[in-house]
Design a binder for this molecule. Structure first.
Ligand SMILES: [Zn+2]
Length: 228
């Protein structure tokens, strides 16, 4: 098997998803040169940052963290693109672990009961074959040793792809897209919601609507990337 793997590597070496250079054995997903340029967040505060502030007055968030800054055309965009559209689940797991190491010592994280990936609508899930946020969650789970709970938070309507809608349109159907199947499961729990990217916060706000009505739920957020 190792021989076969070696042969495959010889003809189809893994390449950096950003600059297309061949990767050496110790490199994963991107090469060392691109790695050095990764716009990693400084996460100056996990309890009062731009994510939490942009959700003020919309939903109460205890904790928020992200790994990368998003800039159009940059490495982060390429990472998200491969994770979502090129069947690269490994990217979600890999950066999920990085996120995990970034937040493992935080007070809120030590009290989290469940990691909850933002769900896809079932039609989209069928089409893509996997939920990228669930892949990030697997990486987080591996590092944080906190269980992932899928299928209790459900996405019910299949809206157009976010990026194709204008900001205004995105605001209009907030709160209609998510339901909680069994609210008792989330009662008195600290939840860590996971998504690939945070832009306007409309998805997360919609996601939180059915959660904030549940008795004594506390919500933290993690994203692979944040735009703006
Ligand atoms: Zn590279």
């Amino acid at each position: 098997m190792n021989f076969l793997k070696g042969l495959i590597d010889l003809f189809f070496p893994e390449i950096c998803i950003y600059c297309n250079q061949n990767l050496v054995k110790t490199e994963k997903i991107i090469c060392t040169f691109c790695e050095a340029q990764l716009p990693v967040s400084d996460n100056e505060s996990f309890t009062e940052n731009k994510i939490i502030k942009s959700l003020w007055g919309r939903v109460n968030i205890e904790f928020a963290a992200y790994y990368l800054n998003f800039k159009k055309g940059g490495i982060t965009q390429q990472i998200l693109h491969f994770l979502k559209y090129k069947n690269r689940k490994d990217i979600g797991i890999f950066y999920g672990k990085r996120l995990g190491f970034m937040i493992i010592n935080e007070k809120f994280i030590k009290e989290v009961d469940y990691i909850v990936p933002v769900p896809l609508h079932k039609t989209k899930l069928r089409k893509r074959g996997y939920n990228q946020s669930a892949e990030i969650s697997k990486g987080l789970c591996e590092v944080l040793k906190i269980p992932v709970l899928e299928n209790n938070l459900i996405r019910i309507s299949n809206t157009q792809t976010q990026t194709r809608k204008k900001r205004f349109e995105r605001w209009t159907n907030v709160s209609t897209n998510f339901i909680v199947k069994n609210p008792a499961l989330f009662e008195d729990k600290n939840l860590l919601l996971v998504d690939d990217v945070f832009t306007t916060g409309a998805t997360i706000e919609a996601c939180c609507q059915p959660l904030i009505n549940i008795n004594n739920v506390k919500i933290g957020l993690v994203f692979l990337a944040v735009a703006g």
